[in-house]
Ligand binder design. Structure first.
Ligand code: GLC
Length: 728
């Protein structure tokens, strides 16, 4: 049963009053597992070094531990090992003077990524492509359950950064380029993950990251400067975090890079004035990896490690992911003793940390909160995963109705993405980079295996075992001549963070070479793309008969892709990002008028919201309940959607809004509502959407959110309806 806030505050006050300065600063210190690990840990079943653990807890009073025993690349552990590790830590902390529990954090970003056998879902970009918040809610429910069954406490997820820079190697960790979609998907995930009571055995706290503006590096490289003006920040980058806070997320992880010259970890305006003062965040902030000391070692903002700690803590960092030593602990202790960091600031940070530990039931938890049996890797969870993968996959092109494939067709399957699970899962999968294919579960299907499982005709594979293995193009071409059609799987190997930096969105030349050789023989070709970000495939897409965008559909991605290719499932995914036609033409769908004026055009290969079906849908009868509203009033949008094709299908109806004239330029359109419905042939449904004043608002000249009177247009499908906001 959740403790009442008043009770928690009282317990925090009472405990804080008993804590020494050392114990307080220990709570603000987060260390990597390696600090307490036996040397040369090689996946042992209890890799804790007792002496090091005692030192961490009894001498340094640490508040949190993160990652797996085999840092830095991390490696998934058996659930029994996790339960043993976390129980050892739990029992040791219980023996400390005040028995303050350690909170164990992990990147369970698409399921419990570092627990062997966990259900690993489509990554965020693919979950966004489902346009199905209920599925996102379910993945939150299941992820929390499997994190807790592992004995872990805290999930460094979801990413609420907005993904508008396709070069960025963490684009796929975001819910895409649209604010409304990210808010809907991220909010649902948090509500599923935390429920109404984070202390429940099967619920766990989430972490909004990476606050704020990390996702928009000017040069597309991870952890490099973003140049985001305050209005753009407030219009596009803060709302996701505000939604996450309103959904109840109790922790925020901070941007490792800088915005407009201020590193995220030194930005008092963002971390305190805005996050606390404006957005009302009451939880605690945690730094990202080594980002306090990097104010000195990298950013040259601090003249010493000691000054770096002072700057970060005074800016609003409550917990430091140090993570390899006790430098933060020692330096902050010294700063507190000299009064350069007031104890009141220490007390503020520690109170926030203790409050979350009480809210999550840690003080009353003396063993892993949840048994494995019935809560981990269940058939029901796998079914949700399969459904999420099916709804995440986007049918972008289907000329001559090439798809669905005949099951008796003879098929050549080739391309580096055909026979690997890692290309469908991306980073943070079993290892940090997700690239150790040998560690992937043997019972999950690659695209090739799934096609083989469904096809009744001859299926031939020409390809290697690893993504970089050379593919015998001559053999592929010869085989293609003797098969009815080709499934060509291209894209990217898994990656995350700076490891995934690239200098071009162009596909690897060997992939283009293979594709062109295949196209040259004139057989029908399905181009299947896997990977974390769009790559430039324009020439290939124009020559392929069908194009299916898989992005990162997770462990069930191969099976789901085959379900769709053979028509056992009707695709319903839609693009959560604009798919660029060319490297130098990166424009989001909600662009300003200038980006589509005269010679300038929004001309992606596939636009935001694009996604085909094996049936056809029509929206019609768009009406508004009022043609004039006053400031502060809401509006209802009504529209019919009908399945005018021959088979059952799911369609997402997207409601866009445009503010015709305003004192700040407005996007030509912005998503303000959506709903996904399943309809039988000839079935139709009338949908109703409420547009609240927030939908008509924007950040005005004075940096405040306002609604200005004037004409507005609602756009659904190929219909537009206008209304007027009257001056008061
Ligand atoms: C990494 C990532 C962050 C992750 C953290 C802990 O550097 O930036 O997303 O949660 O470190 O692994």
């Amino acid at each position: 049963m959740a403790m009442k806030d008043g009770d928690i505050d009282e317990r925090v006050r009472a405990l804080l009053a008993r804590m020494t300065l050392e114990e307080k600063i220990g709570q603000m210190t987060q260390i990597d597992f390696s600090v307490i690990a036996l040397d040369n840990v090689q996946h042992g079943d209890n890799p804790i070094d007792r002496r090091k653990l005692d030192d961490a807890i009894f001498n340094h009073h640490i508040g949190s531990i993160l990652n797996t025993p085999s840092t830095p690349n991390n490696r998934a552990q058996p659930v029994a090992t996790w339960r043993k590790i976390t129980q050892d830590i739990r029992e040791t902390a219980a023996r400390s003077r005040l028995g303050i529990p350690v909170i164990y954090g992990i990147d369970a970003i698409h399921g419990a990524t570092y627990t062997e056998g966990a259900v690993l879902f489509p990554q965020a970009i693919s979950m966004a492509a489902t346009f199905n918040p209920e599925l996102s809610y379910q993945t939150g429910v299941i992820t929390a359950r499997e994190v807790k069954a592992s004995g872990l406490d805290w999930n460094f997820s979801p990413v609420m950064d907005i993904g508008r820079q396709p070069l960025w190697p963490r684009l796929w960790e975001t819910y895409g380029e649209d604010v409304h979609l990210a808010d809907a998907m991220g909010g649902a995930y948090i509500r599923g993950h935390q429920g109404d009571d984070m202390a429940a055995p099967d619920k766990a706290p989430t972490c909004l990251k990476h606050y704020v503006g990390y996702s928009y590096p000017l040069n597309g490289k991870d952890r490099t400067p973003a140049w985001i003006g305050e209005r753009a920040l407030r219009d596009y980058f803060l709302p996701g975090f505000q939604s996450g806070i309103l959904a109840g997320a109790p922790t925020v992880m901070v941007n490792s890079a800088e915005v407009d010259g201020i590193p995220g970890h030194a930005n008092h305006q963002y971390l305190t004035t805005i996050l606390r003062g404006e957005m009302g965040f009451k939880g605690f902030t945690v730094s990202d990896w080594q980002d306090v000391i990097r104010l000195y070692t990298r950013d040259k903002l601090a003249s010493s490690p000691r000054e770096a700690v002072k700057i970060a803590v005074m800016a609003g960092i409550d917990m430091s992911m140090v993570p390899f030593d006790y430098s933060f602990y020692e330096l902050l202790l010294d700063l507190a003793k000299t009064g350069e960091v007031p104890v009141s600031r220490i007390d503020e940070a520690v109170s926030r940390i203790l409050r979350v530990k009480y809210q999550t039931g840690l003080f009353d938890r003396h063993e892993a909160a949840l048994p494995v049996e019935g809560h981990f890797a269940t058939a029901g969870a796998a079914a949700v995963n399969r459904q999420a993968a099916r709804e995440a996959i986007i049918l972008a092109k289907n000329d001559h109705q090439m798809l669905p494939l005949r099951k008796d067709a003879s098929i050549l399957v080739t391309g580096p993405g055909a026979n690997l699970l890692s290309v469908m899962n991306g980073g943070w999968t079993i290892t940090w980079q997700g690239d150790d294919e040998a560690l992937y579960p043997k019972d999950k299907l690659t695209l090739l295996a799934a096609i083989r499982g469904k096809a009744q005709g001859r299926v031939t594979h020409v390809g290697g075992q690893r993504f970089t293995d050379e593919i015998d193009i001559e053999r592929a071409v010869n085989e293609a001549r003797h098969h009815d059609l080709v499934v060509l799987a291209l894209g990217e190997p898994p990656y995350t963070e700076t490891v995934g930096n690239i200098d071009t969105l162009a596909l690897a030349p060997v992939q283009v070479q293979l594709a062109k050789a295949i196209f040259a023989i004139g057989k029908p070709v399905v181009l299947v793309m896997f990977g974390g970000r769009p790559r430039i495939i324009t020439d290939l897409a124009e020559r392929a008969d069908a194009v299916v965008l898989g992005f990162l559909p997770g462990m069930e991605g191969g099976a789901a892709m085959a379900d769709i290719l053979f028509g056992d499932v009707n695709p319903s995914g839609k693009l959560p990002i604009s798919y660029p036609r060319a490297e130098g033409d990166i424009t989001p769908y909600d662009h300003k008028p200038q980006a589509a004026f005269e010679a300038n055009q929004y001309r992606p290969l596939y636009p935001f919201g694009h996604g085909l079906s094996y049936t056809r849908f029509e929206t019609q009868g768009l009406t508004l309940d009022k043609s004039r509203i006053h400031l502060g009033e809401s509006l209802t949008v009504n529209v019919k959607v009908k399945n005018i094709g021959e088979r059952v299908g799911k369609e997402t109806v997207l409601v866009y809004l445009n503010d015709a004239v305003a004192s700040v330029t407005r996007p030509v359109r912005q998503l303000q509502a959506f709903e996904k419905v399943e309809l039988k042939p000839d079935e139709q449904k009338t949908l109703h959407f409420t547009l609240k004043p927030e939908a008509m608002s924007f950040i005005g000249l004075d940096m405040k959110r306002i609604v200005e009177p004037g004409e507005f247009s609602v756009m659904v499908g190929n219909e537009t309806a206008t209304f007027t906001v009257l001056p008061d």
